[in-house]
Design a protein around this ligand. Sequence first.
Ligand code: KIV
Ligand code: NA
Length: 267
Amino acid sequence: MRERKESIVMVTAYDATQAAHAEAAGVDVILVGDSLGMVVLGYDTTIPVTINDMLHHAKAVRRGAKNTMVLVDMPFASYHQSVADTVRNASKIMQEAYADGLKLEGGSEILPHVQALVQAGIPICGHLGLTPQSVLQFGGFRVQAKEMDAAQKLLDDALQLQQAGAFMVVLECIPSALGALVTESLDIPTIGIGAGENCSGQVLVYHDVLGLGMHHRRPKFVKKYATLGDSAISALTKYKDEVKRREFPNPDYRYDIAADAISKLSN
Ligand code: KIV
Ligand code: NA
C-alpha cells in the first residue's frame, strides 16, 4: 500500500462490537491500543494497563474482526526487563489473542527487544514521538520533537527500528514536516496521529472518531466524525423518562398469554 501510495487506515478498537464496526467500515488495520486504559478503563494514563487487560480486550477484538489485521500494544514495562521476559510476554499475546503483530513504544532504548521479537517471527510496529507510556517523563501530553536534537533523535530512532526489522512505525504528535521527513527517509510505512498529512497512513482512537468520550482531553489532531456520546446520553435520558412515566414498555414490547390460561393459575 505504501508503494502504491494508498493511504493506510488504522483505528483502535477494544471490544468485539467496535472491532466489527471497524471491519464493516473497511479499515485496513485495527489497533488494540493501550489507550484502552484511558477510554475504556477510566485511568488518567496508559501506565496502569496490564498484559492481562490487553489480552482480555485483544481476544474480544479478534473475535469481532476475523478478517482484518489486528495489532496489539505491549503495555507499560512489559518489554523493558530481560529480552527473554519480553519474548515471553509478546508470545503470550500473539498466541492467546491471535494477534497479527505487536506495537512497542520507543527507539534506540528498546532495539534489542525489537530484534528478538522479529527473530521470533513477530511483526513489530514501532511508536515514536509522544509515547504515552512515558508521559510522566514528558511532564504531560504535549507535542514532541520540536527542537532539532529531539527531531534528529526521532529520525535516527525510526531508521534504527526499520533496521531492527520493524514493519511499520506510528508517529504521534510531532510537527508535520518531521512526519513527512521520516516518511520519506524510511522504506517501511509510517502511520501518523497528529503527525501531518504526509505519513503513509493515519490512526485515530475509536472513541475520538465517534465523539464518544465524556470529559477526556481532545487534542488538536483529533477530528470527531460523529457525536455519539451526546446521542447516547439523549437516548438513555429518553429511556429513563419513559420508564419513569410508565410509557415503556407499551403493548408493542410485551409477550401475551391466553386470558383463560392466566385465569386458571392459583395463588
Ligand atoms: O493506544 C493507542 O490508541 C495508540 C494509538 C493512538 C497510536 O497507541
Ligand atoms: Na498505545
